[in-house]
Design a protein around this ligand. Structure first.
Ligand code: PLP
Length: 355
């Protein structure tokens, strides 16, 4: 058990209008911080007023990007309670990312205690509006004031929270995606399976180019063969082909998404056949030509599911389900959001209340 010291701001901020929230722009009254030093371990867990950090310009994270993060949400139920969705999965994934980046792990129960304690402090910020939630961003970074390239001896674990509006205020609109054939996001042996800031830095260029050309995101190919599908933007990707659901296997360059895992768990429990394997972009276009590419969607905490209505590669375009969300994608969306916001029962034990 962490002994978390709490300090409050002199005055709380006014709560925002849930209709005008823009993702990740506003932050709550508090943040969680905990320090690490070699020899001392993790120490000094505290909840303090949200505000700027003071770091030396030589702080290692600025130069060598030794940093990992998580993304999760707190949801408001119809009864007014606040709950989390599979938070121990985030704790485990954070530690898997830490391990790859030579960052000391954070005990799972300490991670969960810290998240709960912060959300409890800022519970008033969990919106009551349908589809809105409190986005939670835990992150850990190297704080040594040193330009030597080695694992840092000191780290900061921080958690900040940001209220977010409904992802689909105007209903779910399928997105247009193209297959990125120049940049790659990750390679096996690299950091693709971790949530580290560096992966995002390397993916920004392709995302910007996609937007310039009128696409929402890119479909990433593997970095070696430039042939196999990996992810879509910063989401996992799933396809329904001829009645079966297929998704790229977790080969090391794909991020093991909790929404992906939850989709697969639900699909299997519904008796839908699921395959995790290598999938070439060509296979998808061939399936589309044969009229068998029935549905496609991205999965991630922010959107839950994001249906793909159009796929483009080398000047060739295919429309998926007439550019509409498919019935299975819709059922996954309804079930997952129902469990998350507590409007549906949770037979899987995925919900953790914040008492
Ligand atoms: C976070 C993330 C996902 C989705 O993970 P969830 O746990 O479902 O939110 C997928 N791909 C990348 C690259 C990510 O960073």
């Amino acid at each position: 058990m962490l002994d978390i010291k709490v300090t409050h701001p002199a005055q709380n901020k006014p709560l925002p209008d849930p209709d005008t929230l823009v993702f990740g722009k506003l932050f709550t009254d508090h943040m969680f911080l905990m320090d690490y030093h070699t020899g001392q371990g993790w120490h000094d867990p505290r909840i303090v007023p949200y505000g700027p950090l003071s770091l030396e310009p030589s702080c290692m994270v600025f130069h060598y990007a030794q940093e990992v993060f998580e993304g999760m949400k707190a949801y408001r139920t119809p009864e007014g309670k606040v709950q989390l969705f599979r938070p121990l999965e985030n704790a485990r994934r954070l530690n898997s990312s830490c391990d790859r980046l030579c960052i000391p792990p954070i005990p799972e129960e300490d991670f969960l205690q810290a998240v709960k304690a912060l959300v409890r402090e800022d519970a008033a910020w969990v919106p009551h509006k349908k589809g809105a939630s409190l986005y939670i961003r835990p992150f850990v970074f190297a704080t040594d004031a040193s330009l030597g390239v080695h694992a840092s001896h000191s780290y900061l674990f921080a958690i900040i929270c940001s209220p977010v509006g409904a992802y689909y205020p105007e209903g779910i609109n399928p997105v247009k995606i193209y297959v990125e054939d120049e940049d790659v996001r990750a390679v096996r042996g690299g950091t693709g399976y971790t949530k580290c800031g560096g992966n995002y830095a390397a993916s920004i260029r392709a995302g910007e180019r996609a937007e310039e050309q009128g696409y929402s995101q890119v479909l990433w190919l593997d970095g070696v063969h430039r042939k196999y599908i990996e992810e879509v933007g910063a989401m996992n990707v799933l396809f329904k082909v001829n009645g079966k659901v297929i998704t790229p296997a977790l080969t090391g360059s794909v991020l093991p998404g909790i929404t992906r895992k939850s989709c697969l768990d639900l699909l299997r429990s519904w008796g839908v056949e699921v395959e995790e394997r290598l999938i070439t972009a060509q296979e998808l276009f061939d399936a589309a030509d044969a009229g068998q590419l029935e549905e496609a969607w991205g999965s991630g905490t922010a959107a839950v599911v994001s249906p793909i209505g159009e796929l483009a590669m080398e000047g060739k375009k295919v429309l998926i389900n007439h550019g509409q969300i498919g019935p299975l994608t819709q059922k996954l969306y309804d079930t997952l959001t129902g469990i998350q916001w507590g409007t549906q029962p949770d037979p899987y034990g995925w919900i953790v209340p914040v008492e």
